[in-house]
Design a protein around this ligand. Structure first.
Ligand code: NAD
Ligand code: TYD
Length: 359
């Protein structure tokens, strides 16, 4: 494996993956990214001139541009992360989710298939297409105590998860029908450095530091399983190198928490630091506010990552507590990243939550 094409490398998980590949492996990395609002311009600034890093500003829906990128770089594998990824935006404006997650994945698959078919036999046999999916395609576990297993039924609830589910079906069909050597991963909720502050943990962190309300949807008892983003990056690389073609692997942190527990843990983490308290704020947790629930909100996701642990020996390095502390460290140490992200997200926060942070 010499050259890996990563789509969506400018985003939260993609940038963690690109940084991991450059630091921990010898591969060349080609980052194909349209640079939507979700790609923070500073996230990959440190590696912009790295000799093994190449950037292509391309929309995955643009087939001729994609074909040119494959011709130019001749990758040995594709790790496909490019997506519209925010559930709340998908509820308000689903069109981009269909265009990128579904139609974009189709264009990428067709480009990869034509390229793969033209490779010589050894390179064709070694080629891999890794689809980075989410546990959300399985839908709501509600009050049932089980966890998602590989091969379980799909029941997506939101335009986001439905568009990811459709993309997964295309990827598996391209394997079965055309023989494209694919792998599919489903990961639980990620958190960590460089996550755009529309998602739960960075949103709450930014709001807490600014003394704004911490808006929990509904009763705040929805459960997610949380994984530190660098553990996800290591898992993707392990699956790419060692996963069996056509197989699906779950990735998760065995760290189920209610949203209220997550926000309380974050507030406790902030209380433990010597930070200026926003005016009028006695304790960060006093900022917690319960707001109108998300339409179609899934109550619980839980992922069983036993297959990945057994077959490939992967396990997370961070616990939720250690990962959360590292996350807060990173945001506090990167004020210029935070400032640009704060400006970038302001319009969304205003539109979605209203001026006071309430919905
Ligand atoms: P993100 O929104 O932070 O980043 C998405 C990236 O894709 C951005 O850099 C954006 O510019 C790029 N992109 C969007 N549309 C594009 C297009 N048409 N062409 C090229 N690039 C485009 O997303 P993320 O949170 O890093 O998620 C990455 C992937 O991982 C997604 O496929 C998501 O479904 C999956 N995933 C995310 C999580 C999570 O908790 N964030 C969990 C499991 C799986
Ligand atoms: P999010 O980070 O959007 O990820 P996902 O919806 O993909 O799981 O949300 C995580 C959980 O936090 C989800 O149950 C919705 C909830 N949430 C809130 O309660 N308030 C918020 O302001 C946001 C953004 C999310």
């Amino acid at each position: 494996m010499e050259r890996v094409l990563v789509t969506g490398g400018g985003g939260f998980i993609g940038s963690a993956l690109v940084l991991h590949l450059l630091a921990e492996t010898e591969v060349e990395v080609v980052n194909v990214d349209k640079l939507t609002y979700a790609a923070h311009p500073d996230s990959l600034a440190a590696v912009a001139d790295h000799p093994r890093y190449h950037f292509e500003r391309v929309d995955i829906g643009d087939r001729p541009a994609l074909e040119a990128v494959f011709d130019r770089h001749r990758p040995d594998a594709v790790i496909h992360l490019a997506a519209e990824s925010h559930v709340d935006r998908s509820i308000r404006e689903p069109a981009a989710f269909i265009a990128t997650n579904l139609v974009g994945t189709y264009q990428l698959l067709e480009t990869a298939r034509a390229y793969w078919a033209g490779l010589d036999a050894p390179r064709r046999a070694a080629f891999r297409f890794l689809q980075v999916s989410t546990d959300e395609v399985y839908g709501d576990l509600g009050d049932r105590p089980e966890r998602f297993r590989e091969g379980g039924p799909y029941a997506p609830s939101s335009p986001y998860s439905a568009s990811k589910a459709g993309a997964d079906h295309l990827v598996r069909a391209w394997h079965r029908t055309y023989g494209l050597p694919v792998l599919v991963t489903h990961c639980s909720n990620n958190y960590g450095p460089r996550q755009y502050p529309e998602k739960l943990i960075p949103l709450m962190l930014f709001n807490a530091l600014a003394g704004r309300p911490l808006p929990l949807y509904g009763d705040g008892r929805q459960v997610r399983d949380w994984l530190y983003v660098e553990d996800h990056a290591r898992a993707l690389w392990a699956v790419l190198l060692g996963g069996r073609v056509g197989e699906t692997y779950h990735i998760g942190g065995d760290a189920e928490r209610t949203n209220l527990e997550v926000v309380e843990a974050l507030c406790a983490e902030l209380e433990g630091r010597d930070l200026p308290r926003p005016p009028g704020v006695r304790a960060f947790r006093d900022l917690i506010t319960f707001v109108a629930d998300r339409p179609g909100h899934d109550r619980r996701y839980a992922i069983d990552a036993g297959k990945l642990r057994r077959e490939l020996g992967w396990q997370p390095r961070e616990t939720f507590a250690s990962g959360l502390a590292r996350t807060v460290d990173w945001y506090l140490a990167n004020p210029s990243w935070v400032e640009r992200a704060r400006a970038g997200v302001a319009e969304w926060l205003e539109r979605h939550y209203g001026g006071g942070g309430e919905r």
